[in-house]
Design a protein around this ligand. Structure first.
Ligand SMILES: [Zn+2]
Length: 626
């Protein structure tokens, strides 16, 4: 008897394949392509500029066998469904596979944002063709990054050191980090003073701070001013002049998108973006849970949309009602706005089954996975709960010409914070007192302060900034920071990102020679172009051509300029203030003080003072790829 032909589903990863097999009957065969099967070649540019930027794709080394198997399975299958991830990267993977297996008449594309039985069956009912606009957008990004990386890197080799490389978006991120470092170095702290009074009434003590003198708001107090006021306040009475009571409602934050997930996972657990994305991917693709088999736990983790599917809204609302009662459930679902640049077909990152609580999974999945799942689960549940209600009280307290202010705040109703504690603010209680009440003065203090420079970026604050400035997309944030660290341009000191001398020189060379590539708003406009290509509004080759016309001019000019460049670096000698310059020894390049031989200060290119994990030695092992 002849066996019935099966339908073939092709996905990227084995665990996703296992999860899908788990949900579908055995009339389907599910195979994994193990990521991309084709890409630009590793050993040359691979973009034919003369032939309209034609990418010269090759089969990725080691993928021949996988492709052969896919081809064979496709031939004997009834239908072929390409089920790679629902974004541009996934679309490009599907496209490459479709071209290779060569059975266009029975090949379809299916898209789902969560790997559940319901979502897959729904997708199988609505098979589509490959969305070539998304593929084009992905091709444009790849070609753009390749053109830039392959052109900039050799210039860095000639100017600084062998083996260096520079990527398009990463270089702009590096510039932001270097600019911040410069700001910190040039920052001159200013001294100022504060005057505070510790006051008491009945059994409550509280602190009030001087904020007005003769009815005028004070700016920064100098030491002399503070001493003068301090003397005048000695032995004076303090009266409550004005009481203001307000009720504040604090709404929950929207469910996670890629950038906010990365930021919060960093804040709560210190996870790098790369780690967060790796774990999130596994939660999305499915984990083998004892007693349950391969189960997907969250929706797709690369998204910039806060939209939530109707069925998920229904489930979470009934969960909240059941678990916490109606006092925590808003009368209608909370709505959130997605930023305008987002492709709204996507959904927020949420648990696929809200009834599967973190407690249900404790001990059944690895602890870091549980942490991230719990964070996503809590944020999602909280996003559909009622606001927290805070009673706030402001006292204006007078003592002669001087007005002090004290602010109290007490949590009246915890609302969503029952599930998601996004603040560690403790209650500040002010006494119940009416206007005219005299307070006991327990202590008056004057304290010295200094203005502070802006803080160094952390991975979380950098991603936030990149997102605000429109640079990078959910699929790229995680690799931006890891790439500049791998290249030795930046080191991580606890949470802070500090540029190495090498990173600062690279950034400076690029800014001087490629102002456009290093320009934040230009990079943001390129990202917008990629979005417009994905929407079918512009043609990808047209967009690349426009870019290349101005880029090739910059490139030509830079090549000439580099020939006559000195050994300049943007760093100053910390011993004598003279510029540091690039020098070469038999051990490689290093920085030396230009006041040599008067000053003999030298610096390694990869080391940051006081930070251990600077990369040592030469730049061996750096990726030369764009
Ligand atoms: Zn010096």
């Amino acid at each position: 008897m002849k066996r019935r032909k099966k339908d073939l589903i092709i996905v990227e990863s084995p665990s996703k394949a296992k999860t899908i097999s788990h949900y579908l009957g055995d009339s389907y065969e599910v195979k994994a392509s193990m990521g991309h099967v084709k890409d630009l070649p590793a050993n040359k540019m691979g973009v034919n500029i003369e032939r309209d930027f034609e990418p010269e794709y090759v089969i990725i080394k080691g993928k021949e066998k996988v492709l052969k198997e896919l081809k064979k399975a496709a031939k004997s299958a009834n239908k072929v469904y390409l089920a790679s991830d629902p974004d541009r990267e996934g679309e490009a993977i599907a496209w490459h596979i479709a071209n290779e297996i060569g059975v266009p008449d029975k090949t379809f594309r299916i898209v789902f944002h969560e790997i559940t039985k319901r979502a897959i069956e729904e997708a199988l009912k609505n098979p589509e063709g490959i969305d070539i606009r998304k593929v084009d957008s992905q091709q444009a990004r790849r070609v753009l990054d390749r053109l830039v990386g392959y052109s900039l890197s050799p210039l860095l080799w000639r100017r600084i050191d062998k083996g260096l490389s520079a990527g398009r978006v990463q270089s702009v991120a590096l510039k932001l980090i270097c600019d911040r470092e410069k700001e910190i170095e040039e920052f001159v702290p200013e001294e100022y003073w504060k005057i505070e009074a510790l006051l008491g009434y009945e059994n409550t003590n509280f602190v009030a701070e001087l904020f007005k003198v003769k009815g005028e708001k004070i700016q920064r107090l100098s030491k002399d001013e503070a001493e003068d006021i301090f003397k005048r306040l000695n032995g004076q009475s303090f009266f409550l002049d004005k009481v203001e009571k307000k009720q504040k409602k604090v709404k929950p934050k929207p469910p996670f998108i890629t950038s906010t997930l990365q930021q919060e996972a960093f804040k709560f657990f210190g996870f790098t973006s790369k780690k967060t994305m790796m774990i999130a991917q596994q939660l999305y693709e499915g984990i083998d849970i004892p007693g349950k088999g391969y189960t997907a736990l969250i929706t797709y983790m690369r998204t910039d949309s806060v939209r939530v599917a109707d069925h998920a809204l229904k489930s979470v609302r009934s969960f909240i009602k059941k678990r916490f009662g109606t006092s925590y459930l808003p009368s209608k679902p909370n709505e959130y706005k997605t930023s305008s640049s987002s492709q709204d077909a996507h959904e927020a990152i949420r648990p696929v089954n809200v009834d599967l609580t973190p407690d249900d999974l404790r001990g059944k999945i690895p602890s870091d996975h549980l942490k991230l799942y719990e964070l996503i689960w809590r944020r999602f549940v909280a996003s559909q709960m009622k606001p927290a209600v805070i009673d706030s009280t402001i006292f204006e307290i007078k003592s002669g010409d001087y007005t002090f202010k004290a602010t109290g705040s007490v949590l009246k109703f915890e609302g969503y914070r029952k599930v998601y504690e996004d603040t560690k603010d403790k209650d500040v209680v002010l006494p119940e007192a009416s206007e005219g009440t005299e307070f006991t003065v327990l202590e008056i203090k004057k304290t010295q302060h200094f203005t502070k420079p802006p803080p160094r970026y952390t991975e979380a604050s950098l991603i936030k900034t990149l997102e605000e400035k429109g640079i990078g997309r959910p699929s790229t944030y995680a690799t931006i920071v890891s790439t500049i660290i791998d290249r030795g341009y930046v080191v991580r000191d606890k949470k802070a990102l500090i540029p190495t001398p090498l990173g600062r020189i690279v950034s400076e060379v690029l800014v001087r020679n490629f102002p456009k590539i290093m320009d934040v708003s230009f990079t943001a406009s390129m990202e917008e172009d990629l979005d417009r290509i994905a929407k079918g509004e512009i043609q990808w080759r047209e967009s690349i051509k426009n870019f290349y016309m101005s880029f090739s001019k910059e490139l030509e000019k830079a090549s000439e300029n580099l020939m006559k460049l000195d050994n300049y670096s943007p760093l100053k000698c910390e011993k004598c203030g003279s510029p540091m310059v690039l020098r070469k020894s038999k051990y490689g390049k290093f920085l030396a003080c230009s006041a040599y031989p008067k000053c003999r200060n030298v610096k390694s290119l990869n080391q940051v003072e006081g930070v251990k994990n600077g990369r040592k030695g030469k730049n061996k092992g750096y990726k030369k790829r764009a």
